[in-house]
Design a protein around this ligand. Structure first.
Ligand SMILES: [Zn+2]
Length: 579
């Protein structure tokens, strides 16, 4: 909690919570609202709803110099450093467990609900989990040993006594069920937060009779097919950029062969010479790859294909970079311009530059005049390009196009949303999962009173679960072979929309349950093979909004949100949007 941004409120110890709220709003000069009040209790905010407004502060154990908040979210987002950045020490092949805890801890509603539970005598796992969360939030430790929690889990489930590598999804499932069981009620925080319902419909093709069945679920297990798919960034000469997926077999090992694949699948009219393959780091070109370069050590996320025109012997390529005016850093990948080797003038570039300015302005709705164009001389010193005087550019080594924060933000926003939606392979897996299909086995139809052929379809029922956990089924076990599938699956960080998978015959659902969009909060990753491997977690800290990597006791911030999506992703944790 950041205590620098506090107001002092003097109030009678015997006054009520309702009076405290009124005074607090007056003090902060805000219009009064009937919202909960939060009380700082050692290491966390405790919520007091307005239905206990009549109770006195004395009864509610408020202390002198008590910290309170009327807007928890605001306080939480201001507090630095983030509270729950604590590693978990590996107790002997327990990385699967650490990964699961780091995923669950960053589901704000779940953590808050656990902390609000009363200590029950017959609930040792909840009790230890609560202690673990409190310790992790206390900011006193860089890493702690989750030993007593593990001991209690082992008492209930002896399979975890072996200290062998276990499946993180199975463990997460077991752990949630252990908590549910300790609460010994029908509806618990587990059912409220994690349970959804799937309606499964089987339709007999003989008589068209349909049989439906609703089943609760906590995980969506999505099968993955085993082919090599690569996802690369493609930047066109007119400035347009998109992620393209390439189906690549094992014979493709060099950059040149990858380009051939790309041309065949996406741009059959272009030739190899028209594509430059580069490594992009923070939107700047780090390396230009030649076609013989092996793909093996090139990180896929940094690989980009850039379209250019073919040059004659009297022409050459120069880079056109896109610079954010205030930070002087690139806000999108560069494009390649073609100019004469000597005696270049603005006329040689005008068409190419106008095209890309047109792209920037059509995406952002910015007026053309907001883009400043600079040319760089031999020493890469920028000078403003005065278009009306049609200047000579004696030796031009590059072009910069600058935009200000307002338009850069709109531009980046556009690409964030588009990239997360249009190219999500996760969406394809979900579509497959909910697609109508023939039932594998014969179906005994009551009406036809014989074995018939039937079709099967699954749909999501409303209300949707608060937390959606997706398992990418990378581990397959069958008679012939057990394997781990390393296929890269892209998935969105924001705006995963479940609308199209919802059963459509429900009309009496209250408005507030109709939110169908989800944002990602955590990923459990698995590296390595079927028999030996390692689990880590990527989680989004609810307080500072940054993504962190949790590798047992080592916690570090991810350089970029783009690094969250990897081929190691195994469990995806999405949280339903509140508005
Ligand atoms: Zn039938």
């Amino acid at each position: 909690m950041d205590r620098t941004d506090c107001e002092t409120l003097t109030i009678e110890y015997l006054c009520t919570l309702g009076v405290l709220r009124e005074e607090a709003y007056v003090k902060l000069n805000k219009p009064p609202k009937n919202r909960p009040i939060y009380k700082w209790n050692q290491d966390t905010w405790v919520k007091f709803d307005s239905d206990i407004d009549n109770m006195t502060l004395c009864h509610l154990c408020f202390e002198s110099y008590q910290y309170i908040s009327i807007d928890y979210d605001e306080v939480a987002s201001n507090s630095k450093p983030p509270a729950a950045l604590c590693g978990l020490i590996n107790l002997g092949n327990t990385c699967f467990m650490n990964s699961v805890f780091q995923c669950l801890n960053n589901i704000p509603k779940f953590t808050q609900s656990i902390l609000e539970l009363h200590d029950e005598q017959n609930a040792p796992i909840i009790c230890e989990y609560k202690n673990l969360i409190k310790k992790m939030c206390s900011r006193k430790y860089e890493a702690i040993r989750p030993s007593s929690l593990l001991c209690n889990i082992q008492d209930s489930l002896p399979r975890y006594k072996t200290y062998r590598q276990q499946d993180a999804q199975e463990f997460m499932n077991h752990f949630l069920h252990l908590i549910h069981a300790e609460l010994s009620m029908k509806n618990t925080i587990i059912t409220n937060i994690f349970y959804g319902q799937i309606r499964s419909t089987v339709k007999c093709l003989g008589c068209a009779q349909a049989e439906t069945n609703n089943e609760p679920f906590t995980f969506l297990p999505l099968p993955i097919t085993n082919y090599n798919q690569r996802c690369v960034r493609y930047i066109k000469a007119d400035g347009e950029q998109r992620l393209v997926s390439l189906e690549v077999d094992s014979s493709v090992i060099t950059v040149g062969e990858l380009v051939d694949c790309f041309l065949k699948q996406h741009e059959p009219k272009l030739t190899r010479k028209r594509i430059q393959v580069v490594q992009l780091v923070n939107h700047s070109v780090e390396t230009v790859y030649d076609s013989g370069r092996s793909l093996r050590y090139i990180p896929e996320k940094e690989l980009a294909l850039i379209e250019c025109s073919e040059t004659t012997t009297r022409e050459r390529h120069i880079w056109c970079q896109f610079i954010h005016h205030s930070t002087n850093t690139a806000f999108r990948p560069p494009i390649i311009l073609t100019c004469p080797d000597e005696n270049c003038s603005y006329l040689h570039l005008s068409e190419q530059i106008d095209q890309v300015l047109g792209h920037l302005c059509s995406i952002t709705n910015a007026p053309m005049s907001t883009c400043d164009v600079y040319w760089l001389n031999r020493k890469r010193k920028p000078s403003k390009l005065n278009i009306t005087t049609n200047p000579d550019l004696p030796y031009i080594s590059g072009v910069h196009i600058e935009m200000t924060t307002k338009w850069v933000d709109i531009y980046k926003q556009h690409y964030r949303i588009n990239h997360s939606n249009d190219n999500s392979r996760l969406a394809n897996l979900l579509t497959d999962f909910f697609r109508e299909d023939y039932l594998d086995d014969d179906y005994h139809c009551e009406k036809c009173s014989k074995l018939t052929v039937a079709r099967h379809k699954s749909d999501l029922c409303l209300p949707l679960p608060h937390v959606l956990i997706i398992q990418l089924k990378r581990f397959t076990y069958d008679v012939n072979s057990n394997q781990k599938i390393d296929t890269y699956i892209s998935f969105p960080l924001y705006d995963l929309d479940l609308d199209e998978y919802i059963v459509k015959d429900n009309t009496d659902i209250p408005e507030k349950n109709l939110q169908t969009k989800y944002d990602l909060v955590a990923v459990s990753n698995h590296t390595g093979g079927l028999t030996s491997g390692h689990y880590t977690a990527y989680s989004k800290n609810p307080q500072d909004g940054n993504w962190y990597s949790f590798d047992d006791d080592v916690v570090r911030q991810l350089n970029s949100d783009n690094n969250v999506v990897t081929k190691n992703a195994y469990i995806l944790v999405y949280v339903q949007r509140t508005s």
